[in-house]
Design a protein around this ligand. Structure first.
Ligand code: DGL
Length: 272
């Protein structure tokens, strides 16, 4: 890209997307790291959950959002969803002419931090079935033991606003029990919905496990690309925020306001 084209592109927003509210946990980290960037967030909650679907459907849903963001246009897209990232990142990157960043796996931080060299990954069924976390972990450290914990109903419970009731407690308990038995001291949250339950998870696992949110590693990758491609927005004003969902405005507003000050956003409903 020429310097003039990069300067023009740098003024565009960064697109961040997920199958629902999970991507907001990544957006919140990105906004803190890049206060002068404009963001457009798309949560396709009409299609939530995606994590139990066949790969073709998952790709189709991710590509639809990609086409919406291309029309905005955005200067970069952050796939704030592990399921979309493991299934559709290659296709997204091959299709669009702006950089597309997928979710980091978080396993490097987990291995570096673990005392026991036993780590666990909690994620959707599709993400666990891809075995991408275990692959990356064994490339980095062949001796590390990785407990893969699929959590098929958890993202959707969070999507529906179950953050601290008996329904989410009993769902979480059935996933934490085998992790506790596995002896893992570090747990990677391999689904962007799960950081909504970070405190609850810590509490329910006895306070002696470290839960890793890979959004921070992802944000570092975003930074490297924005800098390398001279795409950082040079405006001195605070960045603007456009929050889009595909249904349930009220619930979306309630969940967004947990992570983002209400005066900073409006939710609009879009059709993809
Ligand atoms: N937030 C998504 C992820 O990180 C999954 C939610 C879903 O199953 O739709 O995988």
């Amino acid at each position: 890209m020429s310097k003039a084209a990069a300067t023009e592109a740098s003024k565009r927003p960064i697109g961040v997307f997920d199958s629902g509210v999970g991507g907001l946990t990544v957006l919140a980290v990105l906004r803190r790291m890049f206060p002068h960037e404009d963001f457009i967030f798309v949560g396709d909650n009409m299609n939530n959950p995606v994590g139990n679907r066949p790969k073709e459907e998952i790709s189709q849903i991710a590509m639809n959002i990609g086409h919406f963001l291309a029309k905005v246009p955005v200067k970069m897209a952050v796939v704030a969803c592990n399921t979309f990232s493991v299934v559709a990142l290659d296709e997204l990157q091959a299709t669009f002419d702006f950089p597309v960043v997928g979710m980091a796996k978080g396993v490097r931080t987990a291995i570096d931090t673990s005392q026991t060299q036993k780590i666990a990954v909690m994620a959707t069924k599709a993400t666990i079935d891809s075995h991408k976390h275990i692959e990356e972990a064994h490339e980095l450290q062949p001796a590390v033991a990785v407990w893969e914990q699929a959590c098929p109903d958890l993202a959707h419970l969070i999507e529906q606003g179950h953050l601290d009731d008996h329904i989410v407690h009993s769902s979480l308990q059935q996933y934490l029990d085998p992790i506790i038995k596995s002896g893992s001291d570090i747990v990677v949250l391999g689904c962007t919905h799960f950081p909504f339950l970070m405190d609850l998870m810590q509490h329910m696992s006895g306070g002696n496990k470290t839960f890793i949110d890979p959004a921070y590693e992802t944000a570092e990758e975003v930074k490297d690309i924005l800098e390398a491609q001279q795409l950082l927005n040079s405006q001195s004003a605070k960045g603007k925020l456009d929050i889009c969902f595909t249904k349930d405005k009220e619930l979306a507003e309630r969940m967004t306001s947990i992570l983002i000050p209400p005066e900073d956003f409006n939710v609009r409903i879009i059709t993809l």
